[in-house]
Design a protein around this ligand. Structure first.
Ligand code: CUK
Ligand code: CUA
Ligand code: CA
Length: 628
């Protein structure tokens, strides 16, 4: 039997199963969504082994062709992987605190965290790389924090977080995408959970007065540029390739406060935003502000000039723009379909020449629980089916022909994945350069795929070769909670620095403080007393600190500034004060600082904790604290 026939038979079985599964999903959701794994898994394991036998091998010392940036979910971080080897290359702390680098501990990171430094957690979902003319430009990566309503920017030249903005007037930033054309001027991000406006204790018991908003953050200043109030709520989002339109799914058109209420309507919608109309209103001063915030707020509820609401089957999830710029694809979740919205019909929709559903040019049935779709640049979509534990490969134009009544098959293949996939992501899929080589499927459950590690299991990021007609599973990659999403970019599109530059803005404030103290960071180590504040400046060259001791008084507020004078690539020092919770990374040519209270008299050793030299263990010093 050919694979194609196999696919069709398989589809038949899935469709047969659909009614029961969808009924239970709609009834009690939650638990039933992860049911029905059945016996398919053993068979699939054997398939996987066969595939990896002829898979790729990146030999020791060889470099990968792609960078992958993975969100770390509720670990709050971002991870950098090499693809196709799936080797983890680096972790970038963002919304979390990090013991190795001192993120959340150092003054430089705390300045970036700002007021939100008081939060120790984050929940990052959607990493996206800045673009120029619809292509990744390798400058920044942006990511949301659902947990504490923030958006962060990572500089890809140093792979450090450099800005974090808390979005006012909304709760839980979820979907996040970037303007693709003409360049990433805006970071678009969705407030998911409706709240009273203003949220100061009023309207607690009046959910009808709760609202949420669509937000645009200026990618350079990281200030919130504007906010648009919507009906319902907002889940995922994506931008078009003209620069004018952004689409977002809404699963809660009911504005329900409970699960059952959010599933009441047969249809929810995709909201489309007209960025040009919004910008015109903001420049004309045609907006209000809310509470303490000075951010322009526009009313984009139904009937507004800024938005249109396109009905789609109930509780949609992912929203993905095809790399040819023609379509928004809304993924059905509770419906076995995805909805294809023609972007070239949107101007007519905004001119009220057509009805919202007239923009829908296809609604192919793919299987149970479609969550996200990604593209190979050859006209195919790859949609994760959460309930079926599969990825469906389907042809977009054939799905449109089928919708128009033609007798064509749009499904190309279904591949079992392990298990319950959320996002998937094909190489360069969000840009004009989508190259259809690799597909990463982020499976939420690993179950039997790895050695058991206690009740908490890793997730499973599967690498699939999509360069040929058939999808082939190549690799299983266990990951820690929880990479909702990732982005793959060609290695040549990212240009990281090898050592820090001395004028880097990342530590410019600390350099300015030294200058005000009259300290030449590159040449001297020095202690400056300023009342009960003591600033300890020291250099480091492997394997010594510029100061092997310094003396303070009990109760002093001590700021230690270390400048790593090593110019050697890869030669990082650490600075850790024993029993003080003080720890930081100082990369080659970097200046880093940390402030703490010397609250106990006595001898307190400090040491370097990056193994930097044969005499690394000896790279130590003493903080001598005189009793008060
Ligand atoms: S969401 Cu997690 S699987 Cu936050 Cu993009 Cu769909
Ligand atoms: Cu410096 Cu170890
Ligand atoms: Ca709904």
């Amino acid at each position: 039997m050919s694979d194609h026939q196999d696919t069709l038979q398989n589809l038949g079985r899935r469709l047969f199963l659909r009614n029961t599964a969808m009924t239970s999903a709609a009834g009690v959701a939650g638990a039933s969504l992860i049911g029905g794994l059945g016996g398919a898994s053993l068979l699939s394991s054997r398939h996987a082994e066969a595939a990896s036998a002829n898979g790729v091998n990146i030999a020791p010392g060889e470099l990968d062709e792609y960078y992958g940036f993975w969100s770390g979910g509720h670990s709050g971080e971002v991870r950098v992987l090499g693809v196709p080897s799936m080797r983890e290359l680096m972790r970038i702390p963002v919304f979390n605190t990090d013991s190795a680098t001192g993120w959340g501990i150092t003054n430089e990171s705390r300045r970036i965290l700002g007021d939100s430094a008081r939060f120790l957690n984050g929940d990052s979902h959607h990493p996206h790389i800045s673009m120029t003319d619809g292509r990744y430009d390798g400058k920044y990566l942006f990511i949301n924090d659902k947990a504490n309503t923030r958006v962060a920017r990572i500089r890809l030249d140093v792979m450090k977080t450099d800005r974090i903005t808390t979005i006012p007037n909304v709760q839980a930033i979820h979907g996040l995408r970037l303007q693709k054309v003409p360049h990433t001027k805006y970071v678009f991000c969705n407030g998911e959970l409706p709240i009273p406006q203003v949220n100061d204790g009023r309207d607690l018991d009046s959910p009808e007065d709760y609202w949420t908003m669509f937000n645009a953050v200026d990618a350079e200043s990281m200030d919130v540029a504007w906010q648009v109030i919507v009906d319902g709520n907002l889940d995922n989002t994506d931008a078009d390739y003209t620069g004018r339109f952004v689409g977002a799914t809404c699963y809660n058109s009911e504005k329900g406060m409970t699960l059952a209420e959010t599933m009441r309507n047969e249809r929810d919608w995709v909201v489309v935003f007209d960025v040009e109309a919004i910008e015109a209103a903001v420049s004309a001063g045609d907006y209000k502000t809310l509470g303490d915030s000075s951010v322009p707020v526009l009313d984009g509820r139904k009937g507004s000039a800024f938005t249109r609401y396109i009905p789609v089957p109930k509780n949609p999830h992912g929203l993905n723009t095809t790399p040819d710029g023609k379509y928004f694809i809304a993924n059905g979740k509770l419906s076995p379909t995805v909805t294809i919205i023609a972007i070239d019909k949107l101007p007519d929709l905004f001119n009220d020449n057509i009805e919202p559903r007239d923009t829908v040019v296809g609604e192919p049935e793919l299987g149970l629980g479609p969550l996200h779709t990604t593209f190979d640049g050859r006209g195919n979509g790859y949609t994760t089916l959460f309930i079926d534990s599969q990825v469906a490969k389907w042809n977009i134009e054939d799905a449109i022909r089928h919708y128009n009544g033609e007798d064509v098959t749009y499904l190309r293949q279904k591949l079992d994945v392990h298990y319950q996939p959320g996002h998937n992501h094909a190489s360069l899929t969000e840009s004009r350069d989508a190259d259809g080589k690799w597909l990463v499927v982020l499976s939420k459950f690993s179950k039997d795929r790895f050695l058991p590690v206690g009740p908490l299991r890793p997730e499973n990021d599967q690498l699939i070769d999509i360069s040929g007609e058939e999808m082939k599973l190549i690799h299983d990659g266990p990951t820690y909670a929880e990479p909702h999403d990732c982005i793959l970019v060609r290695a040549d599109q990212i240009n990281p620095l090898k050592v820090w530059q001395r004028d880097d803005p990342f530590f410019a404030d600390t350099v300015a403080m030294a200058k005000a103290d009259g300290v030449n960071l590159e040449q001297e180590s020095k202690v400056i007393r300023d009342g009960n504040k003591v600033r300890v400046y020291m250099t480091s060259i492997a394997p010594t600190f510029g100061l092997t001791e310094f003396r303070v008084k009990q109760g002093d507020e001590v700021t230690v500034v270390v400048t790593n004078l090593d110019r050697v690539e890869d030669l990082t020092h650490g600075f850790c004060v024993v029993n003080h919770g003080v720890q930081m990374e100082i990369g080659p040519q970097q200046t880093a600082s940390v402030t703490f209270t010397a609250d106990r008299a006595g001898v307190h050793w400090y040491y370097c904790n990056w193994f930097c030299h044969a005499m690394h263990m000896e790279m130590t010093g003493r903080m001598l604290v005189e009793p008060a």
